[in-house]
Design a protein. Sequence first.
Length: 436
Amino acid sequence: MAALTLPVLFICLATLFSLSLQSQEQEDTPITRFQQYLKINTAHPNPNYTTPISFLLSQANSIGLQSQILEFAPSKPVLLLTWPGSNPSLPSILFNSHLDSVPAEPSKWVNPPFSATRTSDGKIFARGAQDDKCIGMQYLEAIRNLKAKNVNLLRTVHISYVPDEEIGGFEGCALFVKSKEFKDLNLGFVLDEGQASTGDEFRVFYADRTPWGLIIKSTGAPGHGSKMYDNGAMENLMKSVEVIGRFRESQFDIVKAGEAANSEVISANPVYLKAGIPSSDGFVMNMQPSEAEAGFDLRLPPTADPDLIRKRIAEEWAPARRNMTFQIIEKGPIRDLMGHPLMTLTNASNPWWTVFNQAIEAAGGKLAKPEILASTTDARYIRQLGIPALGFSPMTNTPILLHDHNEFLKDTVYLRGIEVYEYVISSLASFDGESH
Ligand SMILES: [Zn+2]
C-alpha cells in the first residue's frame, strides 16, 4: 500500500476528529434521549405522529418492552407499551401521555422551540418540555432503571402515547378508551399528565373541569335607531349578558375571598358578540337589528350539577319569554358511566391514592393538597369509565410554562422526576391489596 501523502493524512485526521465530536454530541444519556424526543415537531395543526412513535418504539425495544401500534381514527396512532407483571390476572397500571403539543411562535422564543437547547444553567428549552414530553420519556427511563436493578413487578405496567390531546382528544384517547384493546388492559389505576409546581411540593389533580360552549341568541322586531321600544334583540341580549356577568362575579368573588380555587367554581367567560347590520364603512347606525348572539366559555367542576346549570340557562340566562334561544356544546363528559361526578377519590377509601402518596414520600417528596385542574386532560375519558386516574407531572420549583413562550424544564428537575417514577411505578405495581 502506498504511503499516505500529507494532505490525505490531514483529511483522515480531520474526519476522525469530526467523528469524535459527533459521537460526543450524540452521547446516549437520559438527557440526550429527552432532547431527541423534544426535537420531533408534533405541534398542531399538523402534528407528525410517525417519527415520535418510531423513536419511542426504538426506546421501548432497547429496554425489552412489548409494543403495539393501534389506530382508532385514520393517521391517529396510539402507541401502547407493556411490561408484564408476574401476576397478569391482577388489574394493571397505565401511565399515559400525549404525543402532540400546541404550536409555538418561534419569533417569540429565545431558543428555537424544537431545538431542545440546553443552556449552561441546565434549562432545556422546547415546546413540550413540560407538556408533556417530559413524562412520556420519564416513564421509559424509570422502567429502564428498574429493569437494570432486576426489579420484577407483580402487576402489569402499560404506557400509552395518544394523539390529539391538545385538540380535545376526540379522535385520540376518547376512542382508545372505548376499544376492546383498552378494556382488555383490565386497568386498576391510571396516571396521566399534571402540571409544574412553583414550590417544593408536587401537584396532583383528581378531576378536570368540563368545558361547555354556550351560545345564546335573541330575536326581536327591528326598528329605527331613534325609537325606544321593548324587546329589541340587542336589548334582550344585553340583559342576558348582564345576568351572566353577575353570575360570573358571584363565582369570582368566592375565589377572591380565598374560599375556593379558580378550578373549584363555575367559570362563565364571554368569548364573542355578534350583532349589527354591516355597512360599507362599518355598521348601520340608525337601525336596531332583529338578531343578536353571544358566546360563552363555561367550565364546570365535577361538583357542579349540570341539570341545575341547564335550568338556570333556560330560566334566567336565555329565557324564551325574552325571545331567546340557546345551544350548549358539551365538550366531554361531566358524569361517569354510573352517573357519579367525574373525580378520583383522594382519601383512604381509594387504596391507589394511599399507595401513590406513600411512594412519593418514599421518594423523599411531598404532595400538595389535591386539586381540580382548571382545564382538561385525557384523564377525564378514563375517569368516565370509573377507573381512578390522577394527573401528575413531577416538576417542582419550576415556573408553569405550558402553552407559553420559552417553555423549559431544568435537567436536574427532569432527572429527579425519573427517580420519583421509579418509586411510583414499583410501588403501584407491587401493591397486592384489594383494588376493586
Ligand atoms: Zn398536556
